[in-house]
Design a protein. Sequence first.
Length: 79
Amino acid sequence: MLKKLDAIQKGETGLVKNVEGDGKIRRRLFDMGVTPGAKVTFRKKAPMGDPIEITIRGYELSLRKAEASLVIIDVEDAQ
């Protein structure tokens, strides 16, 4: 199921399908390792909901909700 990164729940895992946006923000996400095919696990949200923390490519990364809303994830079905 496709979701935006800012909409997935704690513990959900999936693969990056697409990074929207253009210019500097898209390049910044790519530089941080948020590229199509990368496995992402949602870790936690700050108390006010911004930023969020994910695990990607073996490290923890914090993203603002505005940045996370540009990333489309194919969420794995919970078994």
